[in-house]
Design a protein around this ligand. Structure first.
Ligand SMILES: Nc1ncnc2c1ncn2[C@@H]1O[C@H](COP(=O)(O)OP(=O)(O)O)[C@@H](O)[C@H]1O
Ligand SMILES: [Mg+2]
Length: 226
């Protein structure tokens, strides 16, 4: 599904954030991308969604070379991909339902489709009962699950989660992690970028360790130590 070949990324033509990344990710995998702050995790995810451009090598997504994708075609690529962040970014004055509905509206979905789809994704993340709650009425974990529901509303084949548990306590982080695993079981490829070793060790899926812009370790049912 995703193939990095000798990928190099430099910011400001100076600092090398990624230095010769080779990586293949297959459909249906759950990958934990781990490393210390500054290792290059977010950069790697940003290259996949075309938010940053590579300075060397190539990235293929389903055999499409993303450096050849026209800027105007990027939205089509991004629709195949969902993304969630540490910083949750729900609209504060809109309910859980409205937050998801708004994102779908922006993507051009019809009202019928929105009415049909929003309850489905809220159900999937276990929050249908919170459909009319505002962000300030939800826990951190619930807010992140709404954000995940929103990212799923256009049915992506790939979900990128960048430190999604970074601001959460252990219980909430566990709930978010369980949800990501469930989404993966339902068929979506998931890449979880995190520096939280304890979380990753629980999952026992493929772990890719990145250090100073290079992959330093790959383990199948990974235990991860920094
Ligand atoms: N927009 C940017 N401009 C300049 N340097 C950046 C930018 N974003 C990230 N970097 C640098 O690239 C390196 C990797 O950063 P990042 O991918 O954010 O790491 P991580 O997500 O693992 O913490 C770091 O040295 C960081 O300072
Ligand atoms: Mg980061």
């Amino acid at each position: 599904m995703i193939k990095f070949q000798n990928v190099i990324k430099k910011y400001n033509n100076a600092d090398t954030a990624l230095n010769g990344i080779n990586l293949q990710i297959n459909h249906g995998e759950f990958i934990s991308l781990v490393g210390l702050s500054g290792a290059g995790k977010s950069t790697l995810l940003k290259l996949i969604i075309g938010e940053e451009q590579i300075d060397g090598g190539s990235i293929l997504i389903d055999d499409i070379d993303i450096s050849q994708v026209k800027k105007s075609d990027l939205p089509y690529l991004r629709r195949k991909i969902g993304m969630v962040f540490q910083d949750i970014k729900l609209l504060p004055k809109r309910t859980a339902f409205e937050n998801i509905a708004f994102a779908m509206e922006v993507c051009g979905h019809s009202l019928e489709k929105i009415q049909e789809e929003v309850p489905k994704v809220l159900e999937l993340v276990g929050l249908l009962h919170k459909r009319d709650s505002f962000p300030h009425e939800m826990s951190g974990g619930e807010k992140q699950r709404v954000a995940i529901a929103r990212s799923l509303s256009h049915r992506p084949v790939l979900l990128l989660a960048d430190e999604p548990t970074g601001n959460l306590d252990e219980v909430n982080a566990g709930e978010v992690l369980d949800l990501l695993l469930k989404i993966n079981q339902l068929g979506t490829t998931v890449i979880l970028a995190t520096h939280a070793a304890d979380l990753v060790n629980k999952i026992k899926k493929r772990v890719i360790t990145i250090k100073e812009g290079k992959i330093t370790m790959e383990q199948e049912k990974g235990k991860y130590k920094l």
